[in-house]
Design a protein around this ligand. Sequence first.
Ligand code: ADP
Length: 438
Amino acid sequence: MKSPKREALLNRLTWLMMGRPLLAIPLLTLILFSFHSIESTPDARLFYFLVVLRGCLTLFHFIVFRGTKNLDAFTALQLILDLFLESVLIGVTGNVESPFSILYIGTIVSSTFFFYEKGGVITATAALLLLGIVVFLKESHPSAEVASFSFTHPIFFETYYRLFLHAIAFYSVGLVSGFFFSKSHKQFKMMEEEMHQKRWLAIIGEMAAGMAHEIRNPLASLSGSIQLLKNEPSLQEENRRLMEIALHETDRLNAIITEFLLYANPNPPKRRWITLDHLLNESVELIRKSKEAAEPTQVILKMSDPSSELFVDPDQMKQVFWNLAINAFAAMPQGGTLTLTTKQIPCANGSGQKAIAFYFQDTGMGISKENLSKIFYPFFTTKSSGSGLGLSIVQRIIEQNNGAIGVESAPTGTIFKIVIPIHPMGVDISGNPVWKKS
Ligand code: ADP
């Protein structure tokens, strides 16, 4: 079986091998037109022989590379051959001043494509060494201008100064390109992992939703039977109490399953335009009537621009407000104040588009720093009878309605901030439009 890592490496190798002839053809044309002198040098035949040999080897490698076991070694061999050919080309077309020394840069970049910063540094070092050898061989050649090795000759300084500049260029390109590719690789890996996790969660979600459906039916029969038994006139008081506990627990189980199905199998949103006051007045009325709030609790609504219209699923949004309010009441066991404020905020990108920010602020016990990053995880709860699904459902609904949610907390209370775009596009927590699938 092919691993994704091998597949990715094979794809990159295909790019490298296809890119080589694409680069070689214009290059050879350039050589033939610009360096007629090659024809007259004794190195010319060697040069053409090596070009043809490299072409044949590339073709051969292209045919066999999919069957190669050690792709890293195979890639390294390709890079070494490239460096070698480039060195010969530089030797034939001049010396350290040959314009073809730029080809080393291409090989250094190619190596970082596979081996990142490490590959960049190793290839830069190899290129520098090979260039040094070419220079040395040329300088010590009998036909060379500086036949003997002299440290005082001006050409010595000129040559080694150029070598020094090449070294700076090689290492800089190796490091920068290596950093760039390793960063893109890490980002790609993260995206891949995220996709993998999402797929996995979707499968688990489907399986669990199926199981939840199956549990629900026997649970309903169980609850109905207990209800009937509980109403038996001959039942002892102690047994009636036990039956009430059983009934309470089946109800609780049913509520957890309902919440879970809402999370795992959400209905697609039925979005329509609705004014803010329509959406909020009804929800707040319902929240104020809730029996979950301890006395004395106050629910305050502060709306700016109540006639603003939003493109959302109103029922889903009411579910969001309800879940947030129930959590706020649970965080204020001695009572307190829940303030719901809305504000119209401009999108920070200057597009003129607007969004509505909802702030749910309570005066409860707050959320510890340690728990703050976990509260949106499904099944995370600090309550003895909590399902840990309330906020996961909230987050899912907000995302389905193209919005964003954030939270801030202190020991004196918590603020949940929700941002919903007025336009049908998506929005991030600062109100900036982003493309999201609806
Ligand atoms: P549940 O309410 O069933 O525990 P949620 O997903 O709604 O599940 O909430 C997860 C956890 O987040 C809660 O158990 C609680 O610890 C914390 N939490 C949520 N809202 C608040 C709030 N307003 N104040 C303090 N803690 C909160």
